[in-house]
Unconditional design. Structure first.
Length: 88
């Protein structure tokens, strides 16, 4: 039986992305977390994976924020705003 923390983390992973397995082993190719079966209907992280999985989700959050910020510099006029600070 999985702990409440593992179930909650599994739900967070499921919100972030659907599990992607190869159909033979119960491991998500995207995050490396365990799934309920080789078909991968939902994430069920192992107790030993909790810290690594939390770190992975946090990193994905940072990557998303960075991408949004970088995307905002692609709009017209953004380059002129950053030029004074040595940014392009």
């Amino acid at each position: 039986m999985a702990s409440p923390e593992a179930l909650q983390l599994g739900a967070r992973l499921d919100e972030h992305h659907l599990p992607e397995t190869n159909g033979r082993i119960a491991v998500c190719r995207r995050c490396g977390g365990r799934t309920d079966s080789p078909l991968g209907r939902k994430h069920v992280p192992d107790e030993r994976q909790l810290a690594r999985t939390i770190a992975w989700l946090d990193a994905q959050s940072r990557i998303g924020r960075i991408a949004r910020v970088n995307g905002s510099t692609d709009r017209p006029g953004a380059a002129e705003v950053g030029r004074g600070f040595g940014l392009r």
